[in-house]
Design a protein around this ligand. Structure first.
Ligand code: S3P
Length: 171
């Protein structure tokens, strides 16, 4: 079974994905790690050297590669992966179950405020601008995120709780 986790930056996709894969004894793949390995650069370096359009192009290509190569895995995508080109159609076609990890704007602002420096899309924003940016961005992206098969609210929950909810959702 291929389980895909989607959601905004900072919603916990990678941390939850890792625990989920351990609990299910299956492979774990993280889209950002995969891109970094293939491109031999970090995500901030790719944005800096080649720009976002290049990033989105390779992201789509590697998404297709990961999804068609896995038969039993948990795959955590990048926050923007479902929102470009026909990526969400591919995800729905090739994954058995797609979960949206939904965090509130308040929670995301608190989490991302602490770690925005290595995130190319938000590193230029002041703390005051961050909340407004996330609110608008999330509003635009919700159109894609809400195409997931299930939504899991993550605010105030532990990684183990969230992984447990997902496991209940696939049984
Ligand atoms: C992005 C999210 C990041 C990474 C890139 C772009 C986005 O992944 O792919 O910086 O567009 O939301 P995470 O959601 O894993 O941080």
């Amino acid at each position: 079974m291929v389980i895909v986790l989607i959601g905004y930056m900072g919603s916990g996709k990678s941390a939850v994905g890792k625990v989920l894969a351990e609990n299910l004894s299956c492979t774990f793949a993280d889209m950002d790690d995969y891109i970094e390995e293939k491109e031999q650069k970090t995500i901030p370096e790719i944005f800096r050297d080649k720009g976002e359009i290049y990033f989105r192009k390779v992201e789509s290509r590697y998404l297709q590669e990961i999804l068609s190569g896995e038969k039993g895995a948990v795959i955590s995508l990048g926050g923007g992966t479902p929102c470009y080109g026909d990526n969400m159609d591919r995800i729905k076609e090739l994954a058995d179950k797609v979960f949206y990890l939904k965090a509130s704007v308040g929670e995301l602002t608190a989490r991302l405020g602490k770690e925005k420096d290595h995130r190319p899309l938000i590193k230029h924003l002041s703390d005051d601008e961050l909340e407004e940016f996330i609110r608008k961005h999330l509003f635009e992206r919700n159109f894609y995120y809400l195409r997931a098969d299930s939504t899991v609210n993550v605010d105030g929950k532990t990684i183990e709780d969230i992984a447990g909810e997902i496991i209940s959702g696939i049984k």
